[in-house]
Design a protein around this ligand. Structure first.
Ligand code: COA
Length: 386
């Protein structure tokens, strides 16, 4: 297997982008990443696109060819991959596997979702839960995560204020991210007093409905310096599965897929959680930001609320989380999220993250979840090849 490097990254602004179509979004990100990488279009061997539900959101299927056509890449083979909100990181992983195996040299991994064209995105998003046992009984993603939050509060004494702090930190960071959907500060009181969505979660505990796209260009590590002075090296790519229905799990307060993927990734990269300088986690709801801190191993189970409350996840904290603003405040166009996380970590490791830069970041991690944890991926990236 060959080592793999990221040599170009780009993302669109995330938000309610009424003036930009689905195909324009992915073309903007994809062509941006090609330009950032210094490759020419003729170099590209393959493209993977993460997308959860273009059929339900914009009435368009067969998007892979639509995208290669609109980007002017034909006849490059383009493939769509889907794992709900983890679709983007699966596209990244497929790209990494394709380059590592030697099958292709230059691959684009991208993600896109245009969610705001439908009047109500909730039923479309709910197709990522178990239809028979969850969605058809009335469960939505906010309500499923609300049950996890309640259970965590019951088992570990996690407080409503600790959950709110996840959103407060994310919004603080997002104000320094030019791509963020909600680049403004909020307070704990504002979170607690915003409209109730699914008790105990309020509007400001939830990631929004978003449009956006992101892309990265991959090549063999040994060739990376031909194209760029600032390659970012892939040290690990791990993926794990679990039941998609919550009631089938031993413990609702642990995303086992996250735990397993994280362990695999640390082993593959030869690092421990203490070596990670900056992380982008999947905080689709505040409770999931808290679970991630525990399940990735930054603290023991039950202590997530405490370390977040103590400021340890802030940009200047012991283990900075989501300098981009995370899903909560950067936005969460489902299929684009896993790739946007890789873009943010690449900018952080290049030292290009401006006012949200984590000082001296050398090793970074991304964590992307599908549904309530039926899929989880963990990627570890590094500024240095060795
Ligand atoms: N955070 C902050 N502000 C938000 C927001 C969010 N998550 N969602 C909407 N807003 C703002 C809007 O910008 C709008 O502001 P304005 O009045 O100043 O324009 C206002 O709140 C109302 O927006 P609206 O679109 O009517 O909200 P909504 O009630 O229809 O939707 C949620 C709110 C929380 C239900 C929706 O964002 C949601 O479903 N989020 C979860 C998405 C999800 O499940 N993703 C998959 C995760 S697994």
């Amino acid at each position: 297997m060959r080592d793999v490097a990221i040599i170009g990254v780009a993302q669109t602004k995330f938000g309610e982008l009424w003036d930009t179509s689905f195909r324009e979004l992915i073309a903007e990100a994809g062509l941006g990443a090609i330009k950032d990488s210094g490759i020419s279009g003729d170099d590209i061997g393959a493209m993977y696109v993460g997308n959860m539900s273009s059929g339900l959101f914009v009435d368009q299927e067969h998007i892979a060819s639509l995208i290669s056509d609109h980007m002017g890449l034909n006849p490059v083979p383009c493939t769509r991959v889907e794992a709900a909100c983890a679709s983007g990181s699966l596209a990244l992983r497929q790209g990494i596997i394709t380059v590592a195996s030697g099958y292709e040299d230059i691959v684009i991994s991208a993600g896109v979702e245009k969610m705001t064209d439908v009047v109500d995105a909730t039923p479309a998003i709910a197709t990522a839960s178990d239809q028979e046992w969850e969605a058809q009984q009335g469960a939505t993603f906010p309500s499923l995560y609300a049950m996890i939050a309640r259970r965590h509060m019951y088992e570990y004494g996690t407080t409503r204020e600790q959950l709110a702090e996840v959103s407060v930190v994310n919004h603080h960071n997002a104000q320094y991210n030019p791509y963020a959907q909600f680049p403004f500060e909020i307070t704990t009181e504002k979170v607690l007093n915003s409209s109730k969505v699914a008790d105990p979660l309020t509007l400001l505990d939830c990631s929004p409905v978003s449009d956006g796209a992101a892309a990265v260009v991959l090549c063999p590590a040994e060739d990376a310096h031909k194209y760029t002075d600032t390659p970012i090296y892939v040290k690990a790519s791990a993926q794990s599965s679990d039941s998609i229905a919550l009631h089938d799990r031993k413990d609702m307060t642990t995303l086992n897929a996250t735990k397993v993927a994280a362990k695999k990734a640390y082993d593959m990269a030869g690092v421990t959680v203490k070596d990670i300088d900056v992380t982008e986690v999947h905080d689709c709801f505040s409770i999931n930001g808290l679970l991630a801190v525990e399940d990735l191993g930054f603290t023991e189970k039950g202590n997530g609320g405490k370390v977040i409350e103590d400021g340890q996840t802030r940009i200047d904290g012991d283990f900075p989380i989501n300098p981009s603003g995370g899903l909560k405040a950067r936005g969460h166009p489902l299929g684009a999220t896993g790739i946007a996380q890789a873009c943010e970590i690449s900018w952080q490791l290049r030292g290009d993250a401006g006012k949200r830069q984590v000082d001296g970041a050398e090793i970074g991690m991304t964590h992307n979840v599908g549904g309530t944890g039926g899929t989880a991926t963990v990627h570890i990236l590094s500024r240095d090849q060795n």
